[in-house]
Design a protein around this ligand. Structure first.
Ligand code: C2E
Ligand code: MG
Ligand code: MG
Length: 647
């Protein structure tokens, strides 16, 4: 668990010494073929007992007994080891090597002594042959069998052959002397061969080990986020599966955290600072988490924390602690960065038992935190489900809709009330959803604003609207709604300028409709945006006037060319004498400030007459036409004789 969110030592290049692991593998070869050891032991015991019985020597009988005991013990330890190796032996392999060494040397020495005493204390040449052949054969077998640990093999050669050679030399006959010399030469050759075999075996083990190390490293790299050292999305999946498979009836808490307004840091201070911030945040998460659980970076600025054995209460405490540390100012390159986080919590088994359900519920809870104003955590609650799932689905679908051109702009005429002459069209977005049918902006603009999609969307809208308007007569403008969120995005004015340039539309024919809420959040970005568009001659209209604070101070602060009186004063619930008086006052003010005033939502002739009566020059509403597709606009203008048939 711990290593999961710690940087893996192998990544830092701190590998376990290779030789140590190779050695452990080589020691395993000592125990690798119990069959050869058993054959050796059985043959050795039979020969020893045969010689002891036929020689009648007490000394030989004693040597044969010791040899048999050692042989039995070695077979026994080898069998135990085979079981041990299946359970993994960790660092204990050196004990086993030592044990093997003691057994092997004791056996060799006993065999050597048995051989020597047979030669010295019996006269029977056939027993001499049997003993010598046994010892030499044993030495030969050892050379390859124990080549993995050459020092053990060499020790064995010497221990078995020195008593043999000494006894042969003590007899002193020419034949025995020749045999003694032969055995000595043989041993020298065998030592060479053992060392050579050892080198070959060791090298191939080393290579195999290096290869498997490399494979391990590649796997770790593939599953690790290189910026934070946390596991990445792929590693996370595997980890969640494994935590859930071991859950039993204990709870598992899943915390899904998103860094609020991280994009703004990236946009305003640059990606390197954004990256640094993510590293700092991941350090904070690591510190708070300790060994309670593991964390993963799920994508840009999202982190997922999984805590096995953690219930709801503890998860809420942990999440508050995480929010606290994220909220603390971070100093990077001389900047003091203040961010906050939003967290969604789901705990198995209360909020699902399958990993993907718990993940989805944590995500929904996160969405709840964001919708409730960010910088907070929310525990999943079944009631969040329906509304939030629909929003969540819409978010995903909207993203796809932008990419697959499912969105369309319709245009609603704005006319001179007195003459019904079209002076402009307002671009209104429409989404013909493949399964839900046509959707109104009120159903998805807010989602686009919450998710930041509005920036892409808004740029598309202004581009599309300018392109359409460039086909209209010179005296017809296009009005485009600009969301407050879009105005605050870095480079917002650039999107508008690009659209204008691409369509070759004159700047004064583009009018941006801004609501009061946008100006309420008035900050440097909003002021810069307004200044930039004002500078090139793009017009601005104050939209939905009367629904917000209706503060007249904006009219002084910003250079509006138009005020749009909200439809609620014209055709809505507020319409009546009182609202007429309000419209009148606003119209008078507009006239003195040289602004146009537009009444929205005109549905009947009476309403038209009424707004005209109180000084409203322009109007928009179903009476003059609902929003229509671009082709229909062209047809309408052609029918009115304002556009050539050919155009
Ligand atoms: P809005 O800018 O005030 O647009 C006028 C809304 O009034 C439109 O609703 C229009 O269809 C509706 N309307 C027009 N004539 C009448 C009428 O006679 N009676 C009534 N009751 N309503 C009328 P829609 O298209 O549903 O748009 C709603 C709001 O969504 C817009 O209000 C605007 O704030 C926003 N919106 C629309 N398109 C965009 C867009 O491309 N970008 C952004 N940021 N916002 C948009
Ligand atoms: Mg509007
Ligand atoms: Mg409006």
């Amino acid at each position: 668990m711990h290593s999961f969110f710690r940087i893996n030592p192998k990544l830092r290049g701190e590998t376990t010494p290779l030789d140590e692991r190779v050695r452990s593998a080589l020691v395993a070869t000592l125990f690798g073929s119990p069959a050869s050891l058993i054959i050796g032991a059985v043959c050795g015991m039979l020969t020893a007992i045969y010689i002891a019985v036929n020689s009648g020597s007490i000394a030989i009988a004693k040597a044969a007994t010791v040899l048999s005991i050692v042989a039995i013990m070695r077979v026994w330890t080898t069998l135990i080891f085979s079981r041990q190796i299946r359970n993994g032996w960790g660092a204990k392999f050196t004990h086993w090597e030592r044990l093997y060494e003691i057994g092997a040397w004791t056996y060799s020495f006993t065999l050597g002594v048995l051989c020597g005493t047979t030669i010295l204390y019996t006269q029977d040449a056939s027993l001499h042959t049997l003993a010598a052949a046994n010892a030499i054969g044993y030495a030969g077998g050892i050379s390859s069998r124990n080549a993995g640990r050459p020092m053990i093999a060499i020790g064995q050669f010497l221990l078995v052959t020195i008593p043999l050679t000494v006894s042969l030399m003590m007899i002193g006959s020419v034949t025995y002397m020749i045999l003694a010399v032969t055995v000595t030469m043989f041993i020298i050759a065998m030592i060479g061969i053992t060392q050579q075999t050892y080198e070959v075996v060791r090298r191939s083990f080393s290579m195999a080990q290096e290869k498997s190390d490399l494979a391990d490293r590649m796997e770790i790299i593939a599953l690790t986020d290189d910026l934070t050292g946390f596991t990445n999305r792929y590693g996370l999946n595997a980890h969640i599966e494994s935590v859930f498979s071991q859950r039993g009836d204990r709870p598992v808490a899943l915390l899904w955290m998103d860094i609020d307004r991280f994009k703004e840091v990236n946009d305003s201070l640059g990606h390197p600072v954004g990256d640094q911030l993510l590293i700092r945040i991941s350090d904070k998460i690591r510190a708070v988490l300790g060994d309670k659980g593991a964390a993963a970076r799920f994508g840009g600025d999202e982190f997922i924390v999984i805590c096995p054995d953690m219930g709801i209460e503890e998860a809420e405490i942990l999440s508050n602690r995480l929010l606290e540390v994220v909220r603390m100012p971070t100093h990077i390159d001389g900047h003091v960065i203040n961010v906050s986080g939003s967290i969604g919590i789901a705990v198995a088994p209360y909020h699902g038992v399958e990993p993907d359900i718990v993940m989805r519920n944590a995500d929904i809870a996160l969405y709840g935190s964001k919708a409730a104003g960010r910088d907070q955590s929310s525990l999943f609650d079944a009631s969040m489900n329906r509304a939030l799932i629909r929003r969540k689905e819409l978010e995903v679908e909207l993203r796809a809709a932008i990419e697959t051109d499912q969105l369309e702009l319709h245009y609603q005429p704005i006319v001179e009330v007195a003459t019904r002459k079209i002076v402009a069209f307002e671009a209104l977005i429409r989404w013909d959803h493949p399964t839900r049918g046509p959707l109104r902006p009120s159903e998805f603009i807010a989602i686009a604003e919450e998710t930041g999609l509005i920036i892409t969307l808004g740029n598309w809208v202004v581009g599309e609207a300018c392109r359409a308007a460039s086909a209209w007569p010179e005296d017809i403008s296009v009005a485009v709604n600009i969301s407050p969120v879009q105005m605050q995005a870095a480079g917002a004015s650039l999107g508008v300028m690009t659209a204008l340039r691409a369509s070759s539309l004159a700047a004064h024919r583009l009018e941006l409709e801004i609501t009061e809420t946008a100006l309420l959040e008035s900050n440097v970005q909003v002021r810069d945006f307004v200044a930039a568009i004002d500078a090139v001659g793009i017009k601005m209209a104050l939209d939905d006037f009367g629904t917000g604070y209706s503060s007249l101070s904006y009219l002084h602060q910003y250079n509006f060319s138009k005020i749009k009186v909200d439809s609620s004063f014209v055709s809505g619930a507020l319409a009546g004498k009182k609202s007429d008086a309000i419209i009148k006052a606003v119209a008078e003010l507009a006239a003195t400030l040289d602004m146009n005033i537009v009444a929205e939502g005109i549905e009947t002739e009476e309403q038209a007459a009424s707004v005209l009566g109180v000084g409203c020059g322009q109007g928009q509403g179903y009476l003059y036409g609902a929003a229509m597709p671009a082709e229909q606009v062209l047809a309408l203008l052609t029918a009115q004789g304002r556009l050539d048939q050919a155009a």
